[in-house]
Design a binder for this molecule. Structure first.
Ligand SMILES: [Mg+2]
Length: 277
């Protein structure tokens, strides 16, 4: 059974420290808001630095069947049939995904980091050099999560073991090769030029081709979400664990009252009360 429903709003959200609690990865504070969106037929598209394999597991736990973006917008994934009206939103059926690379394919990035290490003598260890046990040791993830994190499609995390000066030289060499680097908490990530804003634009085009104009709402907590919030019609910063916000509010950018999933829930309820979604 499929019902044709006009999509008025689509939510695009970061995961870590936004929908998921920074420490516990728990989203229970946002559960009522997620249910309110589901009852209104508002899709929630996850946009994260995680891999497709990691997001598949999380979507199952969340009961989420919407398209999503991984590896910081490098990959967009659409369940087969989603935009063709053959899609049952709460189906338990196994789904197949069509993934599109907006950034650069992993093989090319992996060749680049191996080549730059050999040519310049940089000292780093990439996920492609590590076993699942090595990734577990480097990240603190359990075996299943480490195996999923190791299934890269479009970015290579490097455990940086060289100087800050070498990191600057490395970033320049990567830029000259048409890719980019991003400093995360534990790793230096090497990836193509797409960001979460590009992923939102790509998914918006797909939604609008079927449903007409949408209201794109984006929620995030940190620098790698800024492009996504800028590309949205309404962008929300949730507060970070220390209570501060990544950037000021203004224009279509707002501050949600609360940290992580508490702020997420407050933002959704504020829009519902205002009649925006
Ligand atoms: Mg985050």
């Amino acid at each position: 059974m499929s019902t044709k429903r006009a999509v008025r709003a689509v939510v695009f959200t970061d995961l870590d420290a936004t929908l998921l609690d920074h420490d516990s990865y728990d989203w229970s504070a946002a559960q009522d808001a997620l249910e309110a969106l589901k009852s209104r037929g508002v899709p929630v598209c996850l946009c994260t630095s995680k891999t497709v394999a990691e997001v598949r597991a999380l979507r199952r736990a969340l009961g989420n069947r919407a398209p999503f973006a991984t590896e910081n917008g490098s990959i967009v994934a659409v369940p087969d049939g989603y935009f063709e009206g053959e899609f049952a939103n709460d189906s338990e059926a196994e789904e197949t995904l069509t993934c599109t690379t907006l950034g650069a394919p992993y093989d090319r990035l992996r060749r680049l980091v191996v080549d730059l290490r050999a040519r310049h003598g940089f000292d780093y260890t990439g996920f492609g050099d590590m076993s699942v046990a090595d990734v577990m040791a480097a990240t603190g993830l359990d075996r299943e999560a480490a195996a999923a994190a190791r299934q890269r499609d479009a970015s290579e995390p490097l455990l940086w073991q060289d100087s800050a000066a070498a990191e600057t030289a490395f970033a320049q060499a990567v830029a000259e090769a048409g890719a980019t680097t991003r400093r995360g908490g534990r790793f230096v990530h090497v990836l193509g030029l797409a960001d979460k804003g590009d992923a939102l634009d790509w998914l918006r085009t797909r939604f609008e081709a079927v449903h007409g104009p949408i209201l794109a709402v984006a929620l995030g907590d940190s620098a790698n979400d800024a492009d996504m919030l800028a590309a949205a019609d309404i962008g929300w910063w949730v507060a970070r664990p220390d209570g501060d916000y990544e950037a000021p509010a203004g224009g279509h950018i707002r501050h949600a009252e609360g940290i992580g999933p508490v702020g997420w829930s407050a933002a959704i309820h504020a829009m519902i009360e205002a009649g925006e979604i």
